[in-house]
Design a protein around this ligand. Structure first.
Ligand code: NAI
Length: 318
């Protein structure tokens, strides 16, 4: 018979668990045996105000269903206090879901310093502060599961979201490095780019689309990634509307030029179709191999002088 994924005896911290996706994660873990820290500052989706009711409501829901949960009302900017709530109440932390988030959408032209700083502080600094406080416990017990929440806006760009896009993609780099540092301690770190109906998206998508984007359809992916049976780390996943997919980097075969004074802008322009051709691509997990490049470049003939170039304005570039 199929068995439930369980988290008995583990402590799970979910930031921003008062609504939307975070609420669904918290309720799920609470129903699968975990001790849950339900963190939520309880402000508006633009990051204004605060309120303890958001977290309390979810804690009450988990408890009413027979689960174990405790509320925390700190901003993720004080992530150490959130992790302290886990340690003080349950004596450990096993899973951290960096989920709290706000939006300050505005065109780059009209963006204020406050719009930029608030997004940075909640998404990046907040995720850092929570992870930083959990990390020593993860290392000591040789076990940890960390999810951070990126966004399609970060991966692909999105009109009016320079602040949010920058912060969300920063979490990809953050996670890729933590995955490397955590590996030998069985600390697995992944990023998700969810799509879900929430107060963040309810004004930008039509109701019939939102109906198919229930936050709870994102939960099973996070459940798998944070379970003790998982080995996946340093990866990026999209999840929403029942579609779950993994993303990775792609590197074109590229052009190789001799490293001497024939390597001019014109020589690069002449090879543009090779630079940008993804036909023979690879899927790298690190930078191009410098030693191999040195050897290969040494074998090349000098680049021919750039004479006729089919590049932009068809001017000759050197
Ligand atoms: P939501 O607004 O329903 O939930 C976010 C929660 O975070 C709120 O309860 C809010 O009070 C809390 N929060 C905000 N600032 C906080 C702070 N400083 N400290 C503690 N808690 C704070 O929104 P949703 O959609 O559930 O978003 C969850 C995460 O998913 C966010 O990181 C968001 O950027 C990300 N995301 C959501 C997408 C979607 O389609 N809903 C798309 C891509 C990313």
């Amino acid at each position: 018979a199929p068995q439930e994924l369980r988290y008995d005896g583990q402590t799970v911290v979910v930031t921003g668990a008062g609504s939307g996706l975070g609420r669904e994660y918290a309720i799920f873990y609470g129903s699968r045996g975990a001790n849950v820290v339900v963190n939520d500052l309880g402000g508006s989706f633009k990051g204004e105000g605060k309120n303890s009711q958001a977290a309390d409501k979810v804690v009450n829901e988990i408890k009413a269903a027979g689960g174990k949960a405790v509320a925390n009302y700190d901003s993720v900017e004080n992530g150490d206090l959130i992790i302290k709530t886990a340690i003080d109440n349950f004596g450990r932390i096993d899973v951290l879901i960096n989920n709290a988030g706000i939006l300050r959408d505005v065109s780059f032209k009209n963006m204020t310093q406050k719009d930029w700083d608030l997004i940075y502080r909640v998404h990046i600094y907040g995720a850092y502060k929570c992870a930083r406080a959990a990390w020593p416990y993860f290392r000591k017990q040789k076990y940890g599961r960390l999810i951070s929440t990126a966004s399609a806006a970060g991966l692909f760009g999105s009109f009016g979201q320079t602040n949010y896009s920058a912060a969300k993609l920063a979490l990809v780099g953050f996670t890729e490095t933590l995955a490397k540092e955590g590996l030998k301690y069985n600390i697995l770190c992944n990023v998700i780019a969810p799509i879900a109906a929430s107060r963040m998206t309810e004004t930008v998508m039509p109701p019939e689309v939102l109906e198919n984007l229930k936050p709870k359809w994102v939960v099973p992916l996070v459940a798998v990634l944070t379970h003790k049976s998982s080995t996946e780390t340093g990866a990026i996943f999209e999840a929403g509307g029942g579609h779950i997919a993994k993303l990775r980097w792609e590197r074109s075969k590229g052009a190789l030029l001799k490293t001497d004074d024939s390597l001019t802008p014109g020589a690069v322009a002449a090879k543009w179709s090779e630079v940008t051709n993804f036909k023979e691509c690879e899927h790298p997990t690190g930078p191009a191999n410098a030693m191999e490049l040195v050897e290969a470049a040494g074998r090349l003939p000098r680049s021919p002088p750039a004479e006729k170039l089919d590049f932009k304005d068809k001017v000759v570039l050197i």
